[in-house]
Design a protein around this ligand. Structure first.
Ligand code: ASP
Length: 319
């Protein structure tokens, strides 16, 4: 059998072991393992990377621990306004949505945009109308209500700030976490795919949209190079066109996946103050999980059966 591989992330930021309880660590680890398993099942059975990415991201969207789908942060209006995108590296088809409310699985709506519309990017009310048209699962506001997220909004409003999930000095344990979820995969047919989904920033206003739904910034996939899903301070990732930059460095400069990822995440982004990380895979199944923050919820697995789960620095979580 040809090889397959998958990697996922659940956000990056100041994720310190000192501010994590054993219980919380266990829950995050389980959430990451479940998402990998959901995607791997598709790949193992000869399914496509695009389906594997969708399944893995849906699993994270359904888990209230992560800032996407059910666990999305609140915007200034007290709503959950979600962004997502997905891209198929085989044919460069892509779909994205921004600022949508009440959609249970934004990544699946992005996939529907890719597969069932003649467009790439739908936003706001129009995207919701399209969701109804294609029969996406819609949930009421109560489904998305998480007390912890609501408390974060209250704190953000008190400080008159716009926060990426948690911002240091503003929240109890000084934790800053960019909450977004994503997946990248290589299937046995040799095709790459990437997907990203997020609730964005707590207390965001004016229809703010980050990098996650922007093809080339937060998400990109091309069989000729790599598949990428980003997490971090979106404004910097948009300005650095991060995902496409990595692909370009491979395509035009002949850099390896690792060299391209290190240059962009540890050098170019750092130079402009862009904190965060990404997951990346190439057509040989090589995986990179670089970040320039304290930690990143991440996991990877390939057809050789190697499972890695990480949260902090460089070390793996003991499974
Ligand atoms: N990149 C996302 C955004 O700026 C946030 C994140 O990764 O947590 O909306």
């Amino acid at each position: 059998m040809n090889k397959y591989a998958i990697a996922i992330h659940g956000g990056a930021g100041t994720i310190l072991k000192s501010s994590m309880t054993a219980e919380k660590e266990q829950l995050y680890t389980e959430g990451l393992k479940n998402a990998i398993a959901a995607g791997e099942l598709i790949l193992k059975n000869g399914g496509t990377s695009i389906d594997a990415v969708e399944k893995a991201v849906r699993s994270l969207e359904d888990n209230p621990l992560f800032n996407a789908g059910k666990g999305s942060v609140f915007s200034n209006s007290g709503k959950n306004e979600m962004d997502a995108s997905i891209m198929n590296g085989q044919n460069l088809m892509a779909g994205a949505i921004a600022g949508v409310k009440n959609i249970k699985n934004p990544v699946s709506l992005a996939k529907a945009v890719m597969e069932k519309s003649e467009h790439v990017f739908l936003a706001g009310e129009g995207a919701l109308e399209f969701a109804k048209f294609v029969g996406s699962e819609i949930e009421n506001d109560a489904y998305f209500f998480e007390q912890m997220r609501f408390d974060q909004l209250e704190q953000a409003k008190l400080n008159d700030g716009v926060f990426l999930d948690h911002t240091p000095d503003k929240f109890e344990n000084g934790e800053k976490k960019f909450g977004t979820v994503g997946a990248v995969a290589l299937d046995i047919h040799g095709n790459l795919a990437a997907g990203t989904s997020t609730g964005g920033m707590t207390n965001k206003k004016f229809g703010r949209v980050g990098d996650s739904p922007i093809i080339g910034a937060g998400t990109y996939a091309n069989n000729a190079t790599c598949a990428i899903s980003c997490t971090g301070h979106g404004e910097f990732f948009i300005r650095s066109v991060v995902a496409y930059d990595i692909s370009c460095l491979m395509e035009y400069k002949g850099l390896s996946l690792k060299e391209a990822c290190d240059l962009v995440v540890k050098n170019k982004l750092v130079n402009i103050g862009g904190e965060g990380g990404l997951i990346a895979i190439d057509s040989n199944g090589n995986i990179e999980l670089p970040f320039n923050s304290e930690g990143m919820y991440r996991a990877k697995k390939n057809s050789d059966g190697e499972l890695f789960v990480g949260i902090y620095g460089d070390s793996a979580i003991t499974l």
